[in-house]
Design a protein around this ligand. Structure first.
Ligand code: FM0
Length: 324
C-alpha cells in the first residue's frame, strides 16, 4: 500500500489571512495564488500493519516530535475516511532548502493528501483532495492545482464548500515571478500564529476584511483579461494591507527586515524607469516580484545588484499534482 505524489508551492496574490474556524482551517476571506514551477515537494507514503506508530522522514532526517504529531493528526483523518487503522511511513523531500524562506507547508500537505489517500486505497478527486489538504495547512488546498488558483472561502460551518479551484491554466498567461531571498533565518512568528494574533487583537483587521473581497474580485478580473498593470497594482496593495494588520496586533510584529524594504524600493524605481514590476510578500521577509517574461532578465539583474539580496530564483506558473 504505497503511493508517491508531487505538489508545487504557491504564492498568494490575494492573501489568505485569518481563520473563522481554526480546527477546520476555514478562512475569513477568498484568496488567489500562482502555483510555481520551480519548487516542489515529493512525498511517498506506505501503510503497513507492521508499524506501531507513524514515521515521518523529511529530507532524509527523522522529523521532530512536533512535526510527527501534525502528520499523525493528518493521517488520522485519512484513516478515518478509509476505515483502515494501519500506520504509515512518510518520506518527504523538498527540491529547495526548507530554511530558504519558501513556504513548504502548502506543497507538503498537498503532496501528503494525494499520496496518503492513494496509498490507503481511496480514490479522491481534486475537490476532495483540496479539502483534505486544507486540513493540514490552509494554503495547501491551492497547491492541488497548477496555474492560477482561487480558494473559495465557503460559508458552511462544516467546511464542505471551502476548497480551491483553477482560474486560469499557467499556459494561458505566462508571467514571471522572481523570488528574492533576503534571509534564510526562520521567522519568529509563524503564519498560523501571526494570523491568529491579528484576528484577535489588531484594530486594522476589520479594514482588511472590508477591502479584501474587492481586491479578490478585481484581481480575478485582471487575470481573466490579462491586464498586468491592474493585477500588479492590486496584489501589491493587498500584500501591504495584510502586513499593515500585523503592526496593529498586540503584541505587534513585523515580517520585514531592512532588505525587504530595499527590494520594495527597487521595484518602485524599476516602475519609475518604465519596467512594470510589482511585489508581494507572504508571512516572512522574502519578496516575490511579478513581471512579464520580456522584462524578467532586467528585473532579476537589478534585484541581484542589491547588497542584501542573497539569491534570486526565476519562476513561472507550474503544474498541479502529479503521481510518480
Ligand atoms: O498563502 O495556519 O497556509 O495566502 O502565506 O497552515 O493554514 O501557512 F502571507 C501569508 C499562509 C498565509 C498567505 O498561511 O497557514 C497565503 C500566507 P495555516 P498557512
Amino acid at each position: 500500500m504505497k503511493a508517491t505524489a508531487r505538489a508545487h508551492t504557491n504564492i498568494a496574490l490575494i492573501k489568505y489571512w485569518g481563520k473563522r474556524d481554526e480546527s477546520l482551517f476555514l478562512p475569513m476571506n477568498n484568496s488567489l495564488s500562482i502555483t510555481l514551477d520551480k519548487f516542489h515537494t515529493t512525498t511517498a507514503v506506505e501503510f503497513c500493519p507492521c508499524l506501531p506508530v507513524d514515521l515521518f522522514i523529511m529530507n532524509n532526517q527523522l522529523a521532530s516530535s512536533t512535526e510527527m504529531a501534525r502528520i499523525t493528526h493528518f493521517l488520522d483523518r485519512v484513516r478515518g475516511m478509509s476505515g483502515k487503522s494501519w500506520h504509515a511511513v512518510v518520506h518527504s523531500t523538498n527540491n529547495f532548502p526548507t530554511a530558504a524562506g519558501f513556504a513548504s507547508s502548502a506543497s507538503g500537505y498537498a503532496a501528503l493528501a494525494a499520496a496518503s489517500t492513494k496509498a490507503i486505497g481511496l480514490d479522491l478527486g481534486n475537490k476532495a483532495l483540496s479539502q483534505l489538504a486544507r486540513l493540514g495547512s490552509g494554503s495547501a488546498c491551492r497547491s492541488i492545482y497548477g496555474g492560477y488558483v482561487e480558494w473559495q472561502k465557503g460559508e458552511k460551518n462544516d467546511g464542505t464548500d471551502s476548497f480551491a479551484k483553477p482560474v486560469l491554466e499557467g499556459g494561458d498567461w505566462d508571467l514571471s515571478i522572481v523570488s528574492v531571498l533576503v534571509t534564510d533565518t526562520p521567522k519568529t512568528v509563524s503564519s498560523r500564529e501571526g494570523m491568529k494574533r491579528t484576528v484577535e487583537t489588531s484594530p486594522f483587521y476589520s479594514g482588511w476584511l472590508d477591502s479584501v473581497e474587492a481586491d479578490f474580485l478585481h484581481a480575478k478580473e485582471a487575470l481573466i483579461h490579462h491586464d498586468f498593470e491592474l493585477l500588479g497594482s492590486i496584489i501589491e496593495s493587498n500584500a501591504l494591507k495584510m502586513h499593515a494588520t500585523t503592526l496593529g496586533a498586540n503584541p505587534p510584529f513585523m515580517y520585514w527586515n531592512s532588505a525587504t524594504l530595499d527590494v520594495i524600493k527597487e521595484v518602485q524605481s524599476l516602475r519609475s524607469g518604465g519596467i512594470q514590476a510589482y511585489f508581494t510578500i507572504d508571512a516572512g521577509p522574502n519578496v516575490k516580484v511579478l513581471c512579464q517574461p520580456k522584462d524578467e532578465q532586467a528585473v532579476r539583474e537589478s534585484l541581484e545588484k542589491l547588497p542584501n539580496v542573497q539569491n534570486t530564483y526565476l519562476c513561472h506558473p507550474g503544474p498541479g499534482l502529479t503521481y510518480l
